[in-house]
Design a protein around this ligand. Sequence first.
Ligand code: NAP
Length: 235
Amino acid sequence: MTKVAIVTGAGKGIGKAIALALAREGLDIVLAARTQKDIDETAAQIEQLGGKAFSVRCDVSNERDVQQLVSKTKERFGRIDMLVNNAGVGVFAPVAEMKPSDFDTMWGTNMRGTFLCTQAVLPVMQEQKSGDIINIASLAGRNAFKGGAGYAATKWAMIGFARCLMLEVREHNIRVVTICPGSVDTEFHPESTKNKDTSRVPKAADIAQVIVDAMNMPRHVMVSEIDVRPTNPNW
Ligand code: NAP
């Protein structure tokens, strides 16, 4: 039986690396993001690797989109073994200057999206009596920094959400794993970090490897939270 993973935000950055890494591990992958072209490209790369993938345009903050994502996955593959709640946005500004619309977008994507996707896959995983829910939070969910109030609050919330969820679903043999990366070398960062030396910054593929390692632990072991930081940071 081939396992099936849904990866949100799989069009670029960390989500794309996770999708490719899980495909290399032999899972069938469902790719979700708002930009169809990006997820189609990721799907094509997975097929080139000999894997199976299909893309579903989905805004994770939209309940109907998320319901369709899950129903199309069930229709196509018949099961859901893993959900990676990776889709996320960050807008960095002091509270005094933050636009309420940016605040809402971060909450809608990072936290509401995590809630909606998780709630939608739970009946399937509970029936299967097995599943892995992986949340990409952030070290910003553990540490305070100027300009981070809106973003950090969503990531702090994701960690709290995941801790409660884990207590609710472990009896169904569902593991909840929260990854907290520090800086990762993706397009996520603001213009001010462009042209900086990223040689010592973890790459998206490194985060993907962490997830593969957690997934491959024996099923009776749940690595519930993992912090990932550069060994010797230069930015
Ligand atoms: P990225 O390169 O900007 O990619 C973000 C992905 O999320 C894109 O595919 C984007 O596609 C998708 N996305 C954004 N809003 C969405 C929505 N409403 N619905 C569905 N998909 C959506 O960012 P990244 O660096 O890979 O970050 C991935 C995750 O890691 C985020 O949760 C971020 O907070 C977290 N993280 C990143 C870092 C870092 O330093 N890069 C560190 C710690 C944690 P569309 O725009 O096409 O929808």
